[in-house]
Ligand binder design. Structure first.
Ligand SMILES: *Cc1c(COP(=O)(O)O)cnc(C)c1O
Length: 499
């Protein structure tokens, strides 16, 4: 299997090269050049396999320059060895006759980013060897919360790599801050920035585009890289859990092999739901992929009208990991649905860059609507949904998952399609405990409590255990205390790497 750029102006590469580069040299994203199709018998066979075996089975189709032992080793290091609190890794919980939840938050940081960021470092170190790279790789991350910690956990003590994470010092929750500044590992650095997320991100982007600095680093045997969600190595492991969920449902007799089901996905950068679309292209019986947005409903408008416009107000919502106006991975969907028409994609992406918007042709809107449906949930609706699902079904969900659940209700009311549906759950309710507590606990209990007191209240009231990664956070040693001005990111990278 080889990979080409969505914009058509870069050489075709192997999986190892695509993973090492992250983004194609022409600014496009890498997509597979060939189609992969799993027969119904192959899907049936997945039923008797463990999550690790299912992962190895799917990944081998895409990572053809990795041998079987390498893939098995990557999978074991990422998902085995007690790193995930559930042996099933991504368990499916049945809620009603035609509804289940796929829990993607049993990894070390309690959010779905672990599904990809636990295995990406494993792919990356092997890709470096395969491509003859001898420099040490330095991962730079600017984070608004979840990604930073997941990347730290994934890269901690991975040989041949260093990771430096920048976060807005006052722009993350106390739980998120402590998760990062208590991170252990010989190759990790965490730095607070006096500014907002955009300041941190711009600073990191400047470092990446500074050619003089890159040359200096190269001389010292360092090469910069990123772990963001446009890397094919982050997308491909996400395809696995769609197959795994389906196999579990077939195994448990909830659906018959071959029967089409829907998935609802709380969406930001369009990575998670795009992996679902790849699973569908590969023959997984999916009817609709339902794209759930929050008030930043740029994707809802796009799927309904064919016009993508980031020229709109940006809202801070109670599902912050979806507060995004540019969904980078959408570019891959457009490429797949147009049959890899690179010129069109380049034109739309140029329009997006220059004018903040683009409109695709009516035929393409038709294709998109065949596979996708979309709506959004407000903050208020999100909290009401958490409360209702807890009351009716005794199931506790985080705000992102609740957005998906709320949009599913809208989908069912609008289309009348009540077929079997899986809600993709992207975070533990304890990770966004402030909003969850607000939704289900008495106002008096919530008032004036710290995030850590609320964790305990929530656990006490629901009888759900606090996940290990969050439990003792306020007693762990703070290992990273550096705070810098927003213009000092380049300087900090230099000091950390070159002394
Ligand atoms: C990142 C994230 C999302 C959005 O996923 P995309 O792949 O960017 O669409 C949703 N929920 C949570 C909790 C996340 O961390």
């Amino acid at each position: 299997m080889r990979y080409e750029s969505t914009r058509g102006q870069s050489p075709i590469v192997t999986a190892a090269e695509a993973i090492k580069k992250g983004i194609a040299p022409d600014g496009g994203l890498f997509i597979p050049t060939e189609k992969i199709y799993l027969s119904s018998a192959e899907i049936e066979n997945l039923c008797s396999l463990s999550y690790l075996e299912r992962a190895a089975y799917i990944l081998k189709y895409f990572l053809t320059d990795f041998n079987e032992a390498e893939i098995t080793d990557c999978v074991a290091k990422a998902y085995g060895g007690g790193k995930f609190s559930s042996l099933e890794v991504a368990p499916v919980k049945q809620l009603t006759r035609n509804l289940a939840v796929l829990e993607l938050w049993h990894g070390p940081t309690c959010a779905f980013k672990d599904m990809a960021l636990q295995i990406l470092p494993q792919f990356l170190v092997r890709s470096l060897t395969k491509t003859g790279e001898t420099s040490e790789i330095v991962i730079l991350v600017a984070t608004s919360g979840d990604t930073g910690k997941a990347a730290l956990e994934g890269f901690a003590d991975v040989p041949g790599t260093k990771i430096i994470v920048f976060f807005p010092e006052k722009g993350v929750s106390e739980v998120q801050r402590l998760q990062m500044v208590t991170q252990v590992g010989k190759n990790v650095q965490v730095v607070g920035v006096q500014g907002n997320f955009d300041d941190a991100q711009s600073g990191v982007k400047e470092v990446f585009s500074d050619e003089v600095f890159s040359a200096l680093l190269a001389k010292n045997n360092f090469q910069l890289s990123s772990a963001n969600s446009i890397n094919w190595g982050r997308l491909v492991p996400q395809i696995v859990y769609y197959f795994s969920a389906y196999a579990d449902l077939v195994k448990d007799g909830r659906v018959k092999n071959g029967q089409s089901i829907n998935f609802v996905v709380p969406t930001g950068n369009f990575g998670n739901i795009l992996a679902g679309y790849y699973a569908k292209l590969m023959g997984l019986p999916i009817n609709r992929l339902i794209c759930a947005s929050n008030a930043n409903n740029v994707l809802t408008d796009f799927i309904k009208t064919g016009t993508y416009s980031r020229n709109r107000e940006f809202y801070k919502t109670n599902s912050p990991s979806m507060d995004i106006l540019i969904s980078s991975n959408l570019e891959r969907l457009l490429a797949e649905l147009t049959g890899h028409q690179a010129e069109k994609i380049s034109q739309w992406m140029t329009e997006l860059k220059n004018n903040g918007s683009y409109t695709v042709d009516a035929e393409l809107v038709g294709f998109i609507q065949e596979h996708f449906w979309s709506d959004f949930a407000t903050n208020e609706e999100t909290l009401q949904t958490i409360q209702k699902v807890w009351g009716d079904l005794n199931y506790l969900m985080d705000t992102h998952t609740a957005v998906a659940m709320n949009v599913l209700e809208k989908y069912r009311n609008t289309t009348g399609d009540n077929s079997y549906t899986v809600v993709v759950s992207t975070a533990s309710p304890f990770k966004f405990n402030g909003s969850v507590a607000q939704a289900i606990l008495d106002e008096k209990i919530v008032a004036e409590k710290s995030e850590f007191e609320l964790l305990k209240e929530l656990s006490f009231y629901t009888n759900w255990p606090i996940p290990e990664g969050l439990r003792d956070l306020n007693h762990l040693k703070v290992l990273h205390q550096r705070v810098i001005g927003k213009d000092e990111i380049g300087k900090a990278v230099k000091e950390i790497l070159l002394g």
